[in-house]
Design a protein around this ligand. Structure first.
Ligand code: ARG
Length: 559
């Protein structure tokens, strides 16, 4: 039941030619009503003060069994819906649609490309990659839930002279076995070593450039080594992706566009956009208040931006996206503004469909981690440490719990994901183990615990039988109206690219349930009331589970 639409239709009878659906609001206090029309929005057209409009409309409005009451308060027209009918319909809908509750088909036929995580080959996967990975993954799940076709893309950083350096370093100081065994740590070690050595012996840099050229020219040995580094990196990050429930549809990275850039450069030239600047080729963006976008270096090699332009065109041609999102930190704001502008100047009408989903930085609380000078904090270490701490908490609080390892894994990884998605994405985050793992406050364990609480209630009292909705307490109705807001929340989260709307919602719903749990005895003697309350409990369990699933977080039966 779409109440806003229903009210707007009814108001058309009193106000012909006027569609107020978009003006209807949900009042902050449900005691006032369930929906409200702020009449000042009509006073210009109607040439009347809001209070008068509200009174006139109230007099003309005929309540029915869907909208039971209409009242004029100040300049507002407040509507009370038939709460019993609303609650009965809602509970039935949640329980029958279960895992699909909150989903829709509004995106049917539309494709969204989401470029996220986008790691760099042979580089450590560190805490700085947490946000892009979990925000991007949540957006993929949210859009899929809304019926969109989603293409998750890991735009691998797999191009550049650093791979020539790695090959030189590998040949000098490592071998296949050491790399297979030492993995990314070994690659980091020899990479650092290369830079130290190159300070003494600059000819190493020339050698690195030569090897990089060999990779580009398809040399078998150089190519095989590059593939080995890539394989090792992907295997390592895949472990983390599995833990975080993250997956991709494409790993087409920067090097994938090697053979697609000549066309881009030609098109830019044909359209008169390329300018020579000291031998380099640029697109001048001065007119738009931006520094130039570098397309080719003076030696003819391409740049990060060139590859992104080629990638955007490729994605449009391949997927015909409705939107293409880039989940990348705010340090790259300018880069994306530049490439979107260049695409627009190239006459691509779809340049307006590209969105940079920018987010803030993650750092660790100082002192809480043995971050040795200059050493990066590996994401894997952060996750593992959180899992270990979760295990300890379980040992303390509930040592007899079965399957402690799995529960600790779900709680620990959930805490990390939820912690990163808890606030508006543009805010910088200071990660704290204790805070994300706390059972009180705005945390994942709090939500997971609430689900476990629902499970235990249902286990003790059995499934809800048939019921008719009784007179409800304020806490019960507040909980039901919160349950009813899930679909809208998911939609808003997608529209604003803000998974934190879903985390916030999960916290609100958990809080509303816990309030209800304390104020209403669920396992009461009155059979109808008990069934009603069990129905609510089941609906909360379903809705919280769906919310966490959209964030890539697992739930636990008990904890
Ligand atoms: N690999 C890049 C980095 O670590 C991020 C790539 C983002 N995606 C893109 N299409 N540019 O900075």
């Amino acid at each position: 039941m779409d109440y806003k639409k229903y009210i707007a239709e009814k108001l058309k009878l009193c106000l012909p030619d006027c569609d107020v659906e978009g003006f209807l609001e949900i009042p902050p206090d449900t005691a006032l009503g369930d929906y409200a029309l702020p009449c000042f929005k009509l006073s210009r057209v109607m040439k009347m003060p809001p209070v008068k409009i509200a009174e006139n409309l109230k007099a003309a409005f005929v309540p029915d069994d869907v909208i039971e009451e209409c009242s004029a308060v100040g300049g507002y027209l407040n509507f009370k819906i038939n709460r019993k009918k609303y609650s009965a319909d809602l509970l039935e809908k949640i329980i029958t649609s279960s895992g699909d509750y909150g989903s829709s088909q509004e995106g049917a036929g539309k494709t969204i490309c989401i470029d996220y995580s986008s790691i760099n080959i042979a580089k450590p996967f560190h805490i700085g990659h947490l946000s892009t990975t979990v925000i991007g993954s949540a957006l993929c799940k949210i859009y899929r839930f809304l019926g969109y076709k989603v293409v998750g893309i890991n735009h691998l950083g797999d191009y550049g002279t650093q791979f020539g350096k790695l090959i030189v370093a590998f040949k000098k100081w490592s071998d296949i076995e050491s790399v297979e065994k030492g993995r990314l740590k070994e690659l980091s070690r020899i990479y650092v070593k290369f830079h130290e050595a190159a300070k003494q012996d600059p000819s190493l840099e020339d050698e690195a450039r030569r090897y990089f050229k060999l990779i580009e020219d398809g040399d078998a040995e150089a190519g095989a080594l590059f593939e080995l580094f890539k394989k090792i990196t992907l295997e390592e990050v895949d472990k983390i992706y599995k833990l975080l429930n993250v997956d991709f549809d494409s790993y087409a990275g920067e090097s994938f566009y090697n053979d697609k850039m000549a066309l881009v450069v030609r098109e830019l030239k044909e359209k008169g956009l390329l300018k020579n600047s000291d031998g380099a080729m640029i697109v001048d963006l001065e007119e738009y208040g931006m520094p130039p976008c570098l397309i080719l270096k003076s030696d003819g090699s391409s740049l990060y931006a060139t590859r992104d332009i080629a990638a955007a065109i490729y994605r449009k041609n391949t997927y015909d996206f409705y939107k293409c999102l880039y989940v990348v930190a705010y340090q790259q704001n300018l880069h994306f503004k530049q490439i979107f502008k260049v695409l627009e100047l190239m006459g691509k009408p779809w340049a307006k469909d590209m969105v940079h989903v920018s987010y803030g930085m993650v750092s660790l609380e100082s002192g809480s981690m043995s971050t040795r000078e200059g050493k990066v904090v590996l994401l894997e270490d952060v996750i593992n440490k959180t899992i270990e701490k979760a295990y300890k908490v379980i040992e303390e609080k509930n040592p007899d719990l079965a399957d402690k390892e799995n529960i600790a894994r779900a709680v620990g990884t959930g805490a990390v994901i939820f912690g990163a998605l808890c606030n508006n994405k543009i805010k910088d985050i200071v990660f704290s183990y204790d805070r994300v793992l706390s059972f009180e406050g705005e945390t994942c364990p709090y939500v997971q615990y609430t689900i476990a609480r629902c499970n235990s209630v249902m286990k003790k009292s059995g499934a809800a039988g048939d019921f008719t909705v009784p007179e409800m307490t304020a806490d019960e109705y507040a909980l039901l109206s919160c349950l009813g807001r899930f679909g809208e929340t998911v939609k808003d989260a997608a529209e604003k690219y803000e998974p934190s709307f879903v985390t916030r919602y999960a916290l609100d719903l958990a809080t509303a349930f816990n309030k209800f749990y304390i104020s209403s005895k669920i396992a009461c003697d009155d059979e109808n009331l008990r069934n009603f309350r069990l129905g609510i409990t089941r609906a909360v369990q379903i809705t919280l589970t769906n919310a966490l699933t959209l964030l890539g977080i697992e739930t636990v039966e008990q904890m």
